[in-house]
Ligand binder design. Structure first.
Ligand code: ZN
Length: 161
């Protein structure tokens, strides 16, 4: 079966950055199952998998505009240290869940600390990074009507609810 819209695709993958560092891999966690054509995975990877089938192996290089986007300088902001009340030892590299204006939760990374200000970066940690994916297609099947309704895959490698 070929990969196309509304197929459930199971893949093994290893994600590396341009220096060859492994950023993520399904090796220990088990294969990832996603619903094709719904934006469950980054656009560049979804495009590369279109038309492939079980047993296919591919290596894809995905530029930031088809992955997590370019870094947006406006998403780097200095906030008063008082906003981090209760946390005594703030260091660059620490990550926090912040609430944005719309009440959405957002992961921010501390990039700078002074006595009265903390600079946080709300860009996705992989924004601006070219991604190399090494992918093996394990299985392709039709999605169930329930999966199509929910917009994601159920069962192993997908949602467990
Ligand atoms: Zn569901």
């Amino acid at each position: 079966m070929q990969i196309g819209k509304d197929k459930v695709v199971e893949i093994d993958y290893t994600l590396t950055d341009p220096s060859g560092n492994v950023l993520d891999t399904s090796r220990e966690r088990g294969p990832l199952a996603y619903l094709h054509g719904t934006g469950n995975i980054i656009p560049g990877l979804e495009q590369a998998l279109e038309g492939k089938g079980t047993g296919d192996a591919l290596q894809v290089r995905i530029p930031p505009d088809k992955a997590y986007g370019e870094k947006d300088p406006k998403m780097v902001q200095a906030v008063p240290r008082a906003a981090f009340r209760g946390i005594s030892d703030i260091k660059p590299g620490m990550q926090f869940q912040a609430e944005s204006g719309g009440g959405q939760k957002q992961l921010v990374t501390v990039v700078g600390v002074t006595d009265d200000q903390v600079t946080v970066d709300a860009n996705h940690p992989l924004a601006g990074v070219t991604l190399n994916f090494d992918v093996n297609v394990r299985n392709v099947r039709d999605a169930t009507s329930e999966e199509l309704q929910h917009g994601h895959v159920h069962g192993p490698g997908g949602h467990q609810h």
